[in-house]
Design a protein around this ligand. Structure first.
Ligand code: G1P
Length: 297
């Protein structure tokens, strides 16, 4: 029997400079898509996949993120008094139980690999998931759940994968495919942010991983890679050809890059259109805006 994946690391130490000045005082992960903070989408996805322990790697200035997970008895009491049961349920669904969530501090911004390594003592010798909350994935079956199911069949190290336009490959970790089995590929190489024109494919790593604890050992001795940072991609790549191997899963769903303004806006529109109470007005508004724009051309 394969070990169940019950722990997930959420690297949330980034400065979020692309969203300045908002991120001067609001952690990027608290910025809201419709009415839920980005991080809530990541937690919900993890929970749906069977994750029981939520490990946040944070940094200075992320206090609001920790507060967000606290219970809010006063607010709950007030909503109860006002008979606002629906809101009360929404609020309760975001509560984290004591002991379910842990925070570690990444003291220096040395890269994603380093951030994940900061959580090593809480992982121990089990497979674990990593979720990058910037990558928001709308899917009928949550992406991490798709990966856990595939992992139960295949084992190994698994990354979420998606085809990207060739001119965007240098923004991602890129897979060199050994065997393409349709939704799953086996991997014979991985390169973080390949220089333009050198990418081995256009199959990119998206921010969901299920990893063997050996990757944490690899990170112990990892040297700086692309961009002078310690890269998770490089530590995973060391497992290629090993006992467990590395696989990519072409997940079913739509990914939004909420680390960029354009992606964040697109996600806002898409998630707004998915809400019964918003969709009619929003659709009408979008039609109007587009027709005014067309008329002006
Ligand atoms: C990180 C990973 C990269 C991956 C990307 C997905 O890069 O290092 O391999 O393709 O997330 O969003 P970042 O976007 O943090 O530069």
């Amino acid at each position: 029997m394969r070990n169940k994946v019950t722990k997930a690391i959420f690297p949330v130490a980034g400065l979020g400079t692309r969203f300045l000045p908002a991120t001067k005082s609001v952690p990027k992960e608290i910025m809201t898509l419709v009415d839920r903070p980005l991080v809530q989408y990541a937690i919900d996805e993890a929970r749906a996949a069977g994750i029981k322990e939520f490990l946040f790697v944070t940094s200075r200035g992320k206090g609001a993120l920790e507060d967000y997970f606290d219970h809010s008895p006063q607010l709950e009491q007030e909503l109860r008094r006002q008979g606002k049961d629906e809101l009360l349920e929404i609020l309760k669904s975001t509560n984290m139980d004591s002991g379910e969530v842990a925070y570690m501090r990444q003291h220096k911004a040395l890269g994603l690999g380093h951030a994940v390594w900061c959580a090593r003592r809480l992982i121990g010798n089990e497979p674990f998931a990593v979720i990058l909350p910037d990558d928001v994935i709308a899917a009928e079956k949550p992406c991490l759940q798709q990966m856990v199911e595939a992992y139960e069949e295949t084992g190994g190290n698994m990354v979420a994968a998606m085809e990207v336009p060739a001119d965007k490959a240098s923004s991602y970790g890129i897979l060199d495919v050994q065997e393409d089995m349709g939704s799953m590929v086996s991997v014979k190489g991985m390169v973080e942010k390949p220089a333009k024109g050198t990418a081995p494919s256009n199959l990119a790593v998206i921010g969901r991983y299920i990893l063997s604890p050996r990757v944490l050992k690899n990170l112990n001795k990892m040297k700086a890679g692309a961009g002078g940072e310690i890269q998770l991609t490089d530590a995973i790549a060391q497992e290629i050809g090993g006992e467990e191997g590395v696989y990519g899963l072409r997940f079913r769903g739509q990914r939004f890059d909420c680390g960029s303004k354009a992606g964040f806006l697109q996600a806002t529109v898409a998630f707004g259109l998915a809400r019964d109470e918003l969709k009619d007005d929003l659709r009408r508004f979008l039609h109007e805006v587009i027709s005014v724009e067309k008329a002006a051309e």
